[in-house]
Design a protein around this ligand. Sequence first.
Ligand SMILES: [Zn+2]
Length: 181
Amino acid sequence: MASAFSHAVVALGIGACFYRPGTPKRVWVIGALCSAIPDLDVIGFRFGVHYSDFWGHRGFTHSLVFAALLATAALAIGFWRKPAGLGRFLLWIYFFLATASHGLLDAMTDGGLGVAFFSPFNNARYFLPWTPIRVSPIGIGRFFSPRGLEVVCSELLWIWLPAALLSVSAWLIRRRTAHST
Ligand SMILES: [Zn+2]
């Protein structure tokens, strides 16, 4: 896993590209939650689920199918009435991307097993060819250690900075189009 905060930051960065005036704030809160939910699979470790299992860490909950299911659930529960700003289709795409970004980030970390992107059809685990992000230790206790600091620095550089650049670019593009219309 990359840490939950970093996943949320990416969800907000993607959200900046979807921003429309009048969009309710809970859209971004739900997007951030969607991006962190896949790591609830670590609970399985307590119940004897193995890392490489279907329900193991980075297994089904990190797949594209799970992202589609979670996006559908988030839309059904949070937005059964049409929200202002974004339409339902764009909201679904946003929640899907926010959730799917989680697996993508994990596949860019340098440790653990890869991500089961294509579960439940294929439980093989994948990494991207490029893995610059230091893998975050599982559990809060181990996070506060020299290794934890190294993880924070690598996440700031490879996750927070690109997410911030994405948000600023989206904002600049919106401002330009607003001025030119
Ligand atoms: Zn994860």
